[in-house]
Design a protein around this ligand. Sequence first.
Ligand code: UD1
Ligand code: CA
Length: 453
Amino acid sequence: MTSTALSTVILAAGKGTRMKSRLPKVLHEIAGRPMLGHVLANTRFEGSARTVLVVGPDMDQVADYAHSQRDDLAVVVQKSQLGTGDAARTALPELRDGEGVVLVVFGDTPLVRAGTLADMVETCRMSGSIVILGFEAADPTGYGRILLDNGKVRRIVEHKDANEEERRTRLCFGGPMAVPAAHFGKLLEGLSNDNAQGEYYLTDVVSLGRDAGIDCVCVICPEADIQGVNSRADLAAAEASLQQRMRREAMAEGVTFLDPDTVYLSFDTKFGRDVTVGQNVVFGPGCDIEDAVTIKAFSHLEGAKIAEGAEIGPFARIRPGSEIGRKARIGNFVETKKAKVEEGAKINHLSYIGDARVGPRANIGAGTITCNYDGYRKFFTDIGAGAFVGSNSSLVAPVKIGDGAYLGSGSVVTKDVSADALAVARGRQIEKAGWAAAFRAKNESIKKTSSGD
Ligand code: UD1
Ligand code: CA
């Protein structure tokens, strides 16, 4: 290992009691991904030597999730929650001593940008100083205050330990801290719990460093980036803040939102250029929207790929495994699931198309349903190129409609239909001449003789 080595320590042992949840705090989701997932993604650095996740006892669920996201990860258990400094200390045996930089981040602060963390690491590496992330808090209550002395960071004082004057400081500590690895273990050993909360504070590393002649540099970021999550209300606020950030990024990349505040994105939503998204559209995880797609109001998409020039909605539900081809058209009250809708195909109204392929230029009439499930298994429906499925048809899978075939409206199709054939699978219409008139005449005479009540 060279001096460029980087170890990351993620603290997530806190119980998160204020969430009032069975789910560990860091597994609560923001933009369709657990908070911890955001932290793991934002600390995925080139050449990172080691990532150590600190969890509490009985947090196997957190460890399992972390392992599923990253294979370069060690998980350690902090037996009792004696503070952020103690949590960092728990990670020490997993760190390669003395090499490069140790970056400490909090699992409950998911909005810190990867670029900010990279800057901190770089500054630490170049200067050999401790680097902390600070922000100007609109309301600093509860946060550690960063105290300066001749323009230099002197120490961080926790809210509960601060005096009146110190509490007036709005420059607060956001959580992330980069420390030269050579000093990290020694500084942590020097921590005491002689403070208002009886905890070992990671933040005391700053004053201990200064006493030992190690400077501390503060990198500043916007308050919105370090929003911590301690309650459900904080979770909602962090969600709102990340949504706003992602919308701005999408618009900067050439997406039109007719009413941005009503469009909800996921952490991995991908857009091409000249996409237009109407009001009240929700993108669940796994959506890839190519160039020049139009998504109209009140549509819900998840796990879907929408190819160039396709039109979706209004009121469409595109479920996982849907691939909507170029210039295809999915209209109102249409649900698709595991459906490959090929180029130029149209499903314009009131349909369920699941476990199916709809060939290029096929036209699916209003009210068409693929009957894909028999209560035990799912079956596939294959609709050929240019086929025409009449309105209100049920396609009982497994079934194949050949290329260019025509299906009469109201059909319940249980057998394959050959290419270019016409299939009609419904009761034949019969007609009885004069029947209605005779029926009325008979009933009129009954009415006259009865009491009529
Ligand atoms: C901490 C900082 C405070 C800062 C704020 C920013 C300290 C002492 N204080 O306060 O200066 O302004 O974050 O959000 O560091 N954790 C453990 N083990 C423990 C205690 C905590 O792993 O024993 C983890 C928690 O799971 C959490 C993180 O450390 O992810 C922060 O702990 P928390 O108790 O929320 O610290 P704050 O009081 O918010
Ligand atoms: Ca916190």
